[in-house]
Design a protein around this ligand. Structure first.
Ligand SMILES: Nc1ncnc2c1ncn2[C@@H]1O[C@H](COP(=O)(O)OP(=O)(O)O)[C@@H](O)[C@H]1O
Ligand SMILES: [Mg+2]
Length: 256
């Protein structure tokens, strides 16, 4: 049976004009279930962001099959949205206006936009900050705006590229809890790229380890830990066994 998101033998080589070709993905396979939370870890430069951009429809692979809901990915669409590490907010727009950006591009009337943005601003805990500008917000708050904006167009798939990497450790822990709550409430399929193994385990149904470039799926780790998950779970033997196993798999790619 075809998976909700299915990649088969995806190959992609960048050909920059001023230097040699860079093979980013080679024989990349992936299966994601609908509603699943899947994290991807891999060495720097192994093709993680490249793959998310391919899924988003911004880059076309050279060969291979990539489908979403049984249909080939032909370009960008409102069924997918990305959350970036650097938040990607427009500095001249308020919180509300940043959240409504995608809805505006769709041509939705202001009243309808407001109903949706209010609900999402509430959901990510930013009520009262609607008319603030990005520079008036902390990193964690900016990323909440980024998340609300991604959710505004009600995408089926949320692509998250190291979304919490720029946050301090405590804010990051809080954002992880928030993200799980939102994921459970909004029932999205999430692909989450991170460098932090603990974060990947805590959040995910499965964790994929990628090889070094050209990136390939190396190993999939099912995370059979009960939900809802709490912080204390991180000190259990089960959690630490997973952490060690994933680290072992990843370490070989970094040192090789
Ligand atoms: N637009 C581009 N042109 C040329 N090379 C690129 C481009 N984007 C990414 N790369 C190269 O492709 C490889 C994979 O990049 P990327 O997907 O960003 O890695 P990751 O997100 O896993 O750190 C890297 O070697 C990177 O330098
Ligand atoms: Mg990247």
């Amino acid at each position: 049976m075809q998976a909700y998101i299915q990649g088969r033998n995806v190959n992609l080589t960048f050909r920059p004009p001023n230097r040699g070709p860079v093979r980013a993905l080679q024989g990349f396979d992936i299966d994601v279930r609908e509603g699943e939370f899947l994290s991807i870890v891999g060495p720097s430069g192994c093709g993680k962001s490249t793959f998310l951009n391919v899924l988003l429809g911004l880059i076309k692979p050279d060969s291979g099959d990539l489908t979403l809901g049984g249909k080939p990915i032909a370009g960008p669409g409102t069924d997918r949205a990305m959350v970036f590490q650097e938040f990607g907010l427009l500095p001249w727009r308020t919180v509300q206006s940043n959240v409504e950006l995608g809805l505006e591009l769709k041509g939705m009337p202001a009243g309808d936009r407001r109903t949706i943005s209010q609900r999402l601003i509430e959901m990510v805990g930013l009520r009262g900050f609607e008319s603030h500008y990005p520079h008036e917000l902390s990193g964690g708050m900016k990323q909440r705006v980024g998340l609300a904006r991604a959710l505004a167009t009600d995408p089926d798939v949320l692509l998250m590229d190291e979304p919490f990497a720029a946050l301090d450790a405590q804010t990051r822990d809080l954002m992880q809890v928030e993200l799980l709550r939102i994921w459970q409430e909004a029932k999205k399929t999430v692909l989450f790229v991170t460098h932090q193994i603990e974060e990947a385990i805590y959040l995910s149904d499965r964790v994929m380890v990628m090889t070094k470039r050209p990136g390939q799926a190396k190993k999939l780790f099912p995370i059979d830990l009960p939900r809802p998950r709490d912080y204390e779970m991180r000190v259990t033997p089960e959690f630490n066994e997973l952490k060690f196993a994933i680290w072992q798999s990843l370490k070989d790619e970094i040192t090789a």
